[in-house]
Design a protein around this ligand. Structure first.
Ligand SMILES: Nc1ncnc2c1ncn2[C@@H]1O[C@H](COP(=O)(O)OP(=O)(O)OP(=O)(O)O)[C@@H](O)[C@H]1O
Length: 286
């Protein structure tokens, strides 16, 4: 099922002459995990703002073409209603904590309470989500006294508990160390397993390669290429668009250039190891 569909979409922010989005034609499908990559200022956050309805309801500007989310024109949507369907994870999960609740349970329950969800259902949902993230032992702790990693998981829990159909996650690891980054990706992987549609803006290309189903590459407001992760991230021309490709893919191309081509271009270390073994077997057999 298509959850968001854009046809010939152009957009300019107010008081600007340049298009921040140009000729966007794309369909997002339910349950897929999309990695949105590309140069700084390429239009990734702007596309996310459009999906969330902040364009055109918060940022006015000039919007042309057809932009539909959950089958309804974005101009007809109510942003508050969309926020219930589309969860948004901030660049820094630490900013997501309310700072006003005295236990982790209350912090995670807050969004459901605001929606008027019945008390027993809130308890059940919060317990489930804390268990999913492996932080049920923090339930009665004060969120302001947690470690960085614990806070981060609690911040994610308060988004996940809302059970949004779709999640837009904009550079969630930009402030985090490698361990924190791995934790975030593990949580996102669990969300994908739970069938959510996920749109992730992220510069850490090795993690994108490992986790995403599809890649969208943006440059100067345009989608310059899109498709299955393995197909897109093995292309050297991504570098011309100001996007990155995994180091192992560069190495795979170099192997070909040095007269030792691999059966295919790897995009993860695991694939590279497998391909080298296969190549070894082929060479041994000759
Ligand atoms: N609120 C705004 N008002 C005017 N122009 C904006 C606004 N936000 C972004 N832009 C412009 O729109 C273009 C696309 O920016 P956007 O933030 O969507 O890119 P991005 O790919 O997310 O970049 P980054 O990787 O740096 O976050 C840029 O030229 C940017 O300067």
């Amino acid at each position: 099922m298509v959850v968001a569909e854009f046809k010939n979409v152009n957009y300019k922010y107010p008081l600007t002459d340049e298009y921040a989005l140009k000729e966007i034609n794309f369909q997002f499908e339910e349950g897929k995990f999309y990695g949105l990559i590309g140069e700084n200022g390429g239009g990734k956050t702007t596309l996310c703002n459009l999906i969330r309805g902040l364009i055109p309801h918060f940022y006015n500007g000039e919007l042309e073409g057809s932009a539909k989310v959950f089958g309804t024109d974005i101009k007809e949507h109510n942003v508050e209603e969309l926020a219930v369907k589309i969860g948004y994870v901030f660049q820094n999960p630490f900013n997501q904590m309310s700072g006003i609740k005295s236990t982790v349970f209350e912090e995670v329950a807050m969004g459901l309470e605001n929606l008027g969800v019945e008390k027993n259902e809130i308890i059940r949902k919060v317990e489930d989500v804390l268990e999913l993230l492996g932080i049920e032992d923090l339930m009665t702790k004060n969120p302001n006294e947690l470690s960085g990693g614990q806070r981060q998981r609690v911040a994610f829990a308060s988004i996940i508990v809302m059970d949004n159909d779709m999640l837009v996650i904009d550079e969630p690891t930009s402030q985090l160390d490698p361990q924190g980054t791995e934790n975030v990706f593990e949580i996102i992987r669990k969300l994908k397993q739970a069938g959510k549609t996920i749109i992730l803006v992220e510069h850490k290309i090795d993690l994108i390669a490992e986790y995403c189903d599809e890649i969208i590459v943006m440059e100067k407001g345009q989608i310059v290429c899109s498709g299955e992760t393995k197909d897109i991230l093995s292309r050297m021309e991504l570098l011309d668009y100001g996007a990155l490709i995994p180091q192992v893919a560069v190495w795979g191309h170099e192997m070909g250039g040095a007269g030792m081509p691999l059966p295919e271009i790897p995009i993860t270390v695991e694939q590279a190891v497998r391909l080298v073994r296969e190549r070894g077997r082929m060479t041994d057999g000759n």
